[in-house]
Design a protein around this ligand. Structure first.
Ligand code: DX5
Ligand code: ZN
Length: 219
C-alpha cells in the first residue's frame, strides 16, 4: 500500500502530567489524529512514565485512537492490561525480547493493531519476516527514553521501510518518533513516512499553540 496522507500523533510525554486528561482533550480538539502514549519501565529505557491504569483513566477524554508505544521488557505479561485499558495500537520494540513473533501474535489475538518499533541502530531487516503481522512500523529517530532530543537522520531506514511496506500491498502505517519538528517532518515525509509523533514540537507553547503546532507538522 502506498504512502497515506500525513497523520500526527502528539506524544503526551511532553504534556502536563498533573492535568493529563485535559491535555488529551486539548490535543484532540487541536487536530491530533492519534494520541501517542509512551510507556517506560526504567529497565528497557532509563526513564519511568506510567502504566495501564493511567491509560484507562485517559480513555474517557477522547475517541481518537490510542497509539501505545511500549518501551518495556518483557512486553507479553502486560499486553492484556493495555488492551483492557483501551489501546487501539500496541507497539513493541524489536529489541525488547527474543520472541517478537510471539509478542505480535499475542497483540493481534486481542483484535487490536500491532506495531513494531526499531531503535536507531537496529537494521530494517530485523522485521522482514514479520511484515505479514504488523499494522504499524515505528522508526525511532532518537534513542528512546526522553523527549526533547535531537533527530537522528536514519532516512535511509525510513526509505527501506517504505519499500518493504509497498511490497506487501497491505495498509501499514510508517511512523517516526523522536526529534520531529516542522523541518525534520519534511524529511521524514519525503522518505516515505505517513505518521509523525511529536512531543516537544506540539506541546512547547502551551494549549494555545497546539493547533498551529500540529498544522505546521502536517504541511
Ligand atoms: C521517546 C518517545 C517519544 C518522545 C518524543 O522515547 O518515544 O515519543 O516523546 O519526544 P520529542 O518529540 O520531544 O522528541
Ligand atoms: Zn514514543
Amino acid at each position: 500500500m502506498s504512502q497515506q496522507s500525513t497523520r500526527i500523533s502528539p506524544s503526551i510525554l511532553s504534556a502536563d502530567f498533573s492535568t493529563l486528561g485535559e491535555e488529551v482533550k486539548a490535543i484532540d480538539a487541536a487536530g491530533a489524529d492519534y494520541i501517542h502514549i509512551d510507556v517506560m519501565d526504567g529497565h528497557f529505557v532509563p526513564n519511568l512514565t506510567f502504566g495501564a491504569p493511567v491509560v484507562k483513566h485517559l480513555r474517557r477524554w477522547t475517541d481518537k485512537p490510542f497509539d501505545v508505544h511500549l518501551m518495556i521488557a518483557p512486553v507479553d505479561p502486560l499486553i492484556d492490561d493495555f488492551v483492557a485499558a483501551g489501546a487501539d495500537i500496541i507497539t513493541a520494540h524489536v529489541e525488547a525480547g527474543p520472541h517478537l513473533h510471539r509478542t505480535l501474535q499475542a497483540i493481534k489475538a486481542h483484535g487490536v493493531k500491532a506495531g513494531v518499533s526499531l531503535n536507531p541502530h537496529t537494521p530494517i531487516e530485523s522485521i522482514q519476516h514479520v511484515m505479514d503481522m504488523v499494522d504499524l512500523i515505528l522508526i525511532m529517530t532518537v534513542n528512546p527514553g526522553f523527549g526533547g532530543q535531537s533527530f537522528i537522520p536514519v532516512l535511509d531506514k525510513i526509505e527501506a521501510a517504505r519499500k518493504l511496506i509497498d511490497q506487501t500491498g497491505r495498509v501499514i502505517d510508517l511512523e517516526i518518533d523522536g526529534g520531529v519538528n516542522p523541518e525534520t517532518a519534511k524529511q521524514c515525509i519525503a522518505a516515505g513516512a505517513d505518521v509523525l509523533v511529536a512531543g516537544t514540537a506540539v506541546f512547547k507553547d502551551g494549549p494555545s499553540g497546539y493547533a498551529s503546532n500540529i498544522a505546521a507538522l502536517r504541511s
